[in-house]
Design a protein around this ligand. Structure first.
Ligand code: FMN
Ligand code: MN
Length: 448
């Protein structure tokens, strides 16, 4: 496979894997683009490249990491290696430092002062009840004002004025910690928003990590990410980005932004958030604007699946060495986990489920299946639930446990009930021989 070092090289790989869909008809940035990207992703067709977003000369790309298949292509590995590759990349001892370079293609076009107009960018309004256009696929690069280390994060950003964005950031994020340090001094926090990236950087930015997340991207690629100083900010910015928006969050300023489609599939509320004042917009020639459809699979894949599967696997393997696979399906908001276990005794599935619950507060459903069940196929997991679970004996509850505070079934503090399913085969109850399996064939050989 050829090397991925930016969005363009990744798009080539998607095209050769039959997972790139070129939409060459005009498409509205308001709802329509997100609808098309979502329809493609949900039908297993992969990423979308919009050549003619209405009102913009720039192309828009969506769905870089929208399925297990695309996660594997992004990481340059097979489907069943994703958790191992991510586990390695997230190991702080395996991080690879970014490398400073003198120049970047995005410095080809630099807009400052009155030239700045965010309304000229093809920023989609995704969901029907979204408050307006939001940058959702931009990665925030900032710097710890105390240690000087770099940091990556995602922050949804609503266009409020031609040079001002509402900048959503939760209290417990590193980016918020940095902002609070600056605010206490009465100083702004500088940030750079990078758009159009090597998916390794997209994946790295979704992780909670004690250090600069660019080291994760370096570990994925086996070499340091090239970075280059900003034009108006003192930050090391990935050199191979398509578009860079530089600016600062002034101390004490708060603006309303929202609502936006949330990861749990409902719309969120208005937030009173810091404001990002733009000091420069830089871009490559003919740049590609990249977006993530909020509240859909890619959002969850990057935020809740890839960074957490290795963590859960570690905990579950600790209680049982017979675990053969683990997946956090994106259709479960990151709240569900499917554990594949080659059980050696009847109590083992329940212990494995309990280990997943303790590995991360978000996990509220654990389904334990046998090795003959495809953990990436929702229909196969449902088959196991229907055909291998006696619901009064094989289901157990953990009431009053801590979950995510936005879990729609939890109270406002996030207290909810966790539920485990032992969906493994119990031959002692009623023997059924083998499962029916029709092996998948290469259709090219049979169809014209
Ligand atoms: C697509 C996407 C959008 C996100 N949007 C936000 C957001 O608007 N606000 C926020 O606080 N976290 C958001 N997150 C989660 C954080 O970016 C993520 O937890 C990250 O690890 C935080 O990094 P930090 O602690 O280094 O700041 C989002 C994650 C993804 C994948
Ligand atoms: Mn961080």
């Amino acid at each position: 496979m050829s090397k991925i070092n930016d969005l363009r090289s990744y798009i080539n790989i998607l095209a050769s894997a039959g997972q790139l869909n070129r939409a060459n008809k005009p498409v509205s940035l308001v709802h329509e683009l997100a609808n098309v990207a979502t329809t493609l992703a949900r039908s297993g067709r992969g990423a979308a490249w919009f050549e003619q977003p209405e009102g913009s000369p720039w192309a828009v790309f969506a769905g870089a990491v929208v399925s297990p298949k695309l996660a594997a292509l992004s990481l340059g590995c097979e489907l069943d290696q994703i958790t191992t590759v991510m586990g390695n990349a997230l190991d702080p001892t395996k991080g690879v430092a970014p490398v400073r370079v003198a120049d970047a293609d995005w410095k080809a076009n630099i807009l400052t002062g009155d030239q700045i107009d965010l309304n000229k960018l093809p920023i989609p309004t995704h969901g029907l009840h979204d408050g307006g256009p939001f940058i959702t696929g931009g990665v925030t690069v900032s710097k710890d004002p105390v240690s000087g280390r770099g940091n990556l994060s995602y922050n949804r950003m609503q266009v409020l004025e031609k040079n001002v964005l509402g900048f959503n950031v939760n209290e417990w994020r590193h980016t918020m910690q940095f902002y609070k340090v600056q605010e206490a001094k009465g100083e702004p926090l500088q940030v750079a928003i990078v758009i159009g990236l090597d998916p390794a950087i997209m994946i790295a930015a979704g992780a909670r990590y004690d250090g600069d997340e660019l080291y994760i991207a370096g570990a994925i690629r086996g070499e340091g990410v090239p970075v280059c100083k900003g034009v108006t900010v003192d930050i090391d910015i990935p050199a191979n980005a398509e578009i860079v928006i530089e600016g600062y969050l002034p101390p004490q300023e708060r603006r309303d932004e929202g609502p936006l489609a949330e990861f749990h599939g409902y719309y969120g509320e208005l937030w009173n958030s810091p404001a990002l004042h733009v000091t420069a917009i830089c871009h490559r020639d003919n740049p590609i604007y990249q977006t993530i459809v909020p509240g859909e699979a890619e959002h969850i894949y990057i935020g809740n699946v890839l960074p957490r599967e290795p963590l859960l696997l570690r905990f579950v393997k600790h209680v049982s060495n017979n675990v053969t696979g683990l997946h956090i399906p994106p259709y479960g908001n990151g709240f569900a986990t499917v554990i594949q276990l080659n059980k050696s005794n009847p109590g083992e599935p329940k212990n494995a489920a309990l280990a997943a619950f303790t590995a991360h507060v978000n996990v509220k459903i654990a389904i334990v299946v046998d090795p003959d069940v495809n953990i990436y196929d929702p229909a196969d997991v449902l088959w196991a639930l229907i055909n291998r679970v006696d619901f009064s004996r094989d289901v157990f509850y953990v009431p009053g446990a801590q979950g995510h505070e936005m879990d729609p079934t939890a109270d406002t503090r996030g207290v909810h009930t966790k539920v485990g399913f032992d969906a493994t085969y119990k031959p002692d109850r009623r023997p059924y021989g083998d499962r029916i399996v029709y092996p998948t064939v290469d259709l090219e050989k049979y169809l014209g």
